[in-house]
Design a protein around this ligand. Structure first.
Ligand code: ATP
Length: 208
């Protein structure tokens, strides 16, 4: 990016959005505006469409109706969105460090360096371990490190706190706070409490 996130003035906007699969709409008539420095917690029962909405916002699924816009984003600044699904995208035979380098090579290295990111998420000591040996919570921490090595203003996170211990939960909240402070946007599908101010709640209904 050519501009620091502190100067970002973005707005993620959905208008009349419907998302789902084929003929099946899961969430309909969604309209919201999420400006820089704020976010949404997506809530609702299993199957309500939270992950589907994240995939749609990420551009990985076509909306069934409506529009999505990231207002204020200059395409010359590079990709704007990190989408972290509920799976960890960890290859068993790559080490922790190699996994992070793999993601940094794909997504760009405009954030903090990989060693610092592993230190920040508490994985520096096991950087040389095959990622397949990580515990569930450690894998989640490795996903958080991805967010740090490649700076992008919009974080779409699916169950980021799943399997995190209390320290990991506090780490996630601190990273989110810093991201919002820097003008970022976060949209988070979760069943957990996430103690970060500036996150509004959007509750999706039960799937038909
Ligand atoms: N590719 C697909 N084709 C058809 N239906 C799908 C597809 N992927 C997911 N679904 C269905 O869409 C519905 C919503 O799934 P989604 O994962 O978005 O829910 P969710 O709100 O994130 O649930 P959870 O709280 O369990 O994570 C589910 O009933 C699921 O089976």
């Amino acid at each position: 990016m050519t501009r620091g996130q502190a100067q970002l003035r973005l707005s993620l906007e959905a208008q009349g959005l419907a998302c789902g699969y084929g003929e099946t709409a899961l969430a309909t008539d969604l309209s919201f505006t999420v400006p820089s420095g704020s976010g949404l917690l997506l809530r609702g029962p299993n199957g309500a469409g939270k992950s589907t909405l994240l995939l749609t916002l990420a551009g990985l699924l076509q909306p069934l109706a409506g529009q999505i816009a990231l207002v204020g984003h200059d395409p010359d600044d590079g990709p704007a969105i990190h989408h972290c699904g509920h799976r960890n995208a960890v290859r068993a035979r790559l080490t922790v460090r190699q996994t992070l380098d793999f993601w940094a090579d794909i997504n760009g290295r405009n954030g903090i360096d990989a060693a610092a990111a592993l230190d920040r998420v508490g994985l520096a000591r096991i950087a040389g371990l095959d990622a397949g040996y990580l515990s569930a919570g450690q894998q989640r921490r490795l996903v958080l490190a991805r967010l740090l090595v490649s700076r992008r203003p919009v974080w779409l996170l699916d169950e980021p706190s799943a399997a995190l211990d209390a320290d990991g939960q506090a780490l996630l909240e601190a990273l989110l706070d810093a991201h919002l402070d820097a003008g970022g946007i976060a949209i988070i599908a979760t069943h957990d409490a996430i103690a970060v101010e500036r996150l509004r709640t959007l509750t999706l209904g039960v799937a038909a």
